[in-house]
Design a protein around this ligand. Sequence first.
Ligand code: UDP
Ligand code: MG
Length: 316
Amino acid sequence: MKKLSVVVSCFNEEKSIPLFYKEVENHREKDFSDVDIEFEYIFINDGSKDKTLDEIKKLHRENQNVRYISFSRNFGKEAAMFAGLEAATGDYITIMDADLQDPPSLLREMFDWVVERGYDCVATRRVNRKGEPPIRSFMARIFYKLINKITDFEMVDGARDYRLMTKQVKDAVISMREYNRFSKGLTSFVGFNTKWLEYENVERVAGETKWSFWKLFKYALEGITAFSTAPLAFSSVLGLFFTVVSAILILFIIIKTLVFGDPTSGWPSMVCIMVFMGGIQLLSLGIIGQYLSKTYLEVKNRPIYFVKETEKDFKE
Ligand code: UDP
Ligand code: MG
């Protein structure tokens, strides 16, 4: 019998988890009745402050195929997904959000693309961002335009983390043990045949989004520094440009002085230039700093997450 692992990262999802489990189980019974497949659930409790873990334990009590990993604190969704993928034992693995924004009704179709039509991975994207603040959609669109310009491979706008993949793809993704994880990049970086499915955005069933504007902004920066060194090249280009400009200016001033003498003037423009150059230098330093700080975190080689308990520690 084949096995499908369902990896679900949860952060304060006490209300969503029972609804999520029921919905996926319904679809398993209804849509997968004709295939010989077993589902394994792996819930990752990402340092929730509410009763998320109790809800997961309730499910584990009634179904031994529900496994869980509970983190020692909140490590973020990327770390949670990584832990889930590492723990997954299935032949196929799917990653889903706990809030039912990733429709389980798609699971069978995704499964067929992989099992019957030989794709290695099926990914999903939202065709719209209904129910999301307009400013967030706008910034997201700019981010995808920018990152696609400066990286060599495609990052799809509206791509979700909701995907179904073979064991081989999963192994490739978790073999990249980097600390600053940006899944959307990692999954396209590994290659393999990917089929994209589209669907209309669904709003979450319960609870609220964990992503503040600031969190998303930092995540976007992570995506850029993790997958592109273009900003570094940008500072070199800028440096080169201003070197040429200043060389021309120096020549101009020498000739002007020789021809017209040297009355003291140009003080305000001098200050402007100094401030401008200072700005450019700080900007370039900042860019280098971004990469340095990421490198710093990588070389420490710290674990991506710490586990407090798993289903193996479960006691009645
Ligand atoms: N999540 C997590 N750790 C975090 C933030 C979020 O595991 O630090 C989980 C969350 O419980 C949910 C999924 O990641 O299952 C997506 O989060 P959310 O629905 O808040 O994001 P959105 O759908 O609004 O982008
Ligand atoms: Mg959501």
